[in-house]
Design a protein around this ligand. Structure first.
Ligand code: FAD
Length: 335
């Protein structure tokens, strides 16, 4: 990075964009952050509803990592509430069993049934394709254990939630004299000439007007409701094993720091779909077994883009958890 002060545009106030904005602001550059949405924090956006319950607007975001550098960086902007995520699956007979599948779960359902009960219906619902057609690295993200460990992220050394929520953490990151945030502003290419550099988290295929064809994404419709019941679920998230279109339900109050309303509880049920059926909300890049989507992405990544650097899940067409998005953004900001 040139050491003289530059005018920089960051497209997207998600974690990727705001981390780059903060790093470059601290180097003395003048940063404008725009987002077409009316809020910061991207898909990690959360809010407290009228029942005093914190809801993650785009589905449950659990922070988990073994990357000390990322934890140290974020800890400048938030305190943490320790939380180790546990998930149960609801079987057709009404019983709840631990996910990812551990010894107890496979003893209950029978090892030979694990694929049929937990993986096949989920893959079809979540990715819209058969298990056999999915890139194996995705299903390997949910390993089968032969012990009684109940943790969803058994290997990560740091698991916690930001004490005041993700939105407040992101606001703290953006609170710097050299950063100016404009919400409800969509990017257009004419902006490039006004800035020395542009860091862009918009979908890379959209930027290049789909000249190599569209990159597919899965999306999710979130159905949120509040009921006059103190508590419903055994764990914050319960996955469904049935063949209905819904994958899981989250009861927000069970997460620490997410409210303690004694009479009401808020739940969100997730219904995966193609992004074209959800107002072009792109959540998950689709890793097909044949690697065609990745090959198509590489065509876009090889296009000349003058002063524009692509960042984040949609800019890099990569399945990034928050800690990975932050780590990637920190590296890009150092270049
Ligand atoms: C349903 C779901 C659950 C998840 N759960 C977890 C989890 O439990 N743990 C975890 O670590 N990670 C989780 N993630 C991943 C996490 O959301 C991402 O790692 C993180 O949000 C990455 O941030 P980003 O900045 O790359 O993208 P985003 O958060 O998508 O931010 C990109 C921003 O760019 C804006 N934008 C796009 N195009 C334009 C444009 N043309 N003009 C202006 N603005 C534009 C968008 O409005 C958006 O706000 C989950 C993601 C989803 C979708």
């Amino acid at each position: 990075m040139d050491t003289s002060a530059q005018k920089i545009l960051v497209v997207g106030a998600g974690l990727s964009g705001v981390v780059i904005a903060r790093e470059l602001a601290e180097q003395g550059h003048q940063i404008t952050v725009i987002d077409k949405r009316d809020h910061v924090a991207g898909n990690a956006y959360d809010y407290v509803n009228e029942f005093g319950i914190r809801v993650h607007h785009y589905g449950p975001h659990l922070f988990h990592t073994s990357n000390d550098k990322v934890v140290a960086w974020l800890s400048r902007f938030t305190e943490w509430l320790p939380y180790q995520h546990k998930v149960k699956a609801l079987l057709s007979d009404g019983r709840h069993v631990t996910l990812p599948v551990n010894k107890e779960t496979s003893d209950i359902v029978g090892k030979e049934n694990v694929l049929d009960i937990f993986f096949k219906p989920y893959t079809k619902k979540m990715w819209g394709i058969e298990l056999e057609d999915l890139d194996p690295t995705i299903s390997q993200r949910v390993p089968i254990r032969d012990d009684l460990n109940e943790l969803y992220f058994p290997n990560d050394t740091f698991q916690a939630l930001p004490k005041e929520g993700y939105t407040q953490m992101v606001k703290n990151i953006l609170a710097h004299d050299n950063i100016h945030v404009q919400l409800g502003v969509a990017y257009n290419k004419a902006m490039n000439v006004e800035y020395d550099r542009v860091f862009n988290s918009m979908p890379i295929d959209e930027y290049f007007e789909f000249k190599h064809g569209p990159l597919p994404y899965r999306s999710i419709k979130f159905h949120t409701s509040t009921v006059p019941i103190p508590k419903v679920l055994p764990t914050a998230t319960v996955n469904f094993t049935h063949h209905e279109p819904f994958t899981r339900v989250t009861e927000w109050k069970i997460l620490p720091g997410h409210g303690n309303n004694p009479a009401f509880t808020t739940l969100t049920i997730e219904e995966p779909c193609d992004y074209k059926d959800n107002d072009f909300e792109r959540y998950y890049p689709v890793k097909d077994g044949g690697g065609e989507n990745l090959a198509r992405y590489r065509l876009y990544a090889a296009e000349p883009s003058s002063n524009v650097t692509f960042i984040g899940r949609c800019g890099l067409y990569a399945y990034l958890d928050m800690h990975q998005a932050i780590s990637s953004a920190l590296s890009i900001a150092c270049q």
